[in-house]
Ligand binder design. Sequence first.
Ligand code: PMV
Length: 361
Amino acid sequence: MTEENFLSRKYVDLPEEGKVTWKAPSNIALVKYWGKKENQIPANPSISFTLDACATRTSVSYSKKDTDTSQFSFDLLFEGKPKPDFKPKIQSFFERIEQYISFLKSYHFKIETSNSFPHSSGIASSASGMAALALCLVDIEKRLDPSIDKVFFNRKASFLARLGSGSACRSIEGDLIQWGSHKTIHGSSDLYGIKYPFKVNPVFKNFHDTILLVHKGQKQVSSSVGHNLMHSHPYAERRFTQAHENLDKLKSILETGDLEGFINVVESEALTLHAMMMTSMPYFILMKPDTLEIINKIWNFRATTDVPICFTLDAGANVHVLYPESVKEKAIQFIKDELVAHCENGHYICDRIGSGAKKCN
Ligand code: PMV
């Protein structure tokens, strides 16, 4: 599919008003997206586990405007209160998607949004937030065009979410989502995420992700700045090739349930992401001393117990601890005994692989 497939028809007889609500989850990448071209086209393909507990719930109420359809008009409430600093992001999202959602200027929107995870947890809400908003807009479009089927619905929501925040396109469906063109992954696209099309061993179907909140403050360098630094990065091309190779490696690892292979790819991807940050110009470090303490403790625990527990990182200091259902008790005990001490105020979130976004009304 190309961008043209997502262009919106001009609708006549718009309904006067209505309301839709969606809850979309966050996701954690196994092979990381880091570096992009214009319009949130990824520099390399990525794959993620869709999460379950960490999610954004968004309601969009729409009422038809009588006059002035030359501007976007919306109110934004975050956890029940107006949130002016989120508005520019929504404004530029609307500008980017206008050609794909033709009724955007015909309505006044009231967008009410809240996260299941604490606001200042250092967990990015852009993926779940943009996914939830995109789903609401496609749902309104479906009301105008009931011929939109489930496959196109999810694809368009993923396509729009990508224009809001790249990794958001992996937060529509579950449980393993691949995004970005890859020559051996049939149906893969730079424009939207797809359900991973190959066989996945049951061991990867109920993985856990315990998120250790090492540092809850604002990151020193935003993801968009980090992505941009890949343009002039000395190792960029080799890194992009490596992501393609890692997706190839994962195919048999995921099919056979090879936990050792999985750990090698996933931990290497996390450290490579941070290595790219450390070797950018200007360079930066998002890990904290406690991030490294946790990594070392995980390595030590794995070496002495053979419990297949590993870590990944996103663009921040928090650590995602990944492990299969079969070792859940041992992993949780280890986390409580040894890792929670490294979390800010002892805070962590128990999450697991999830099945994707849900409609709430
Ligand atoms: O979607 P963005 O622009 O916030 O980028 C997210 C990048 C990482 O979280 C670091 C990796 C990924 O693939 O999710």
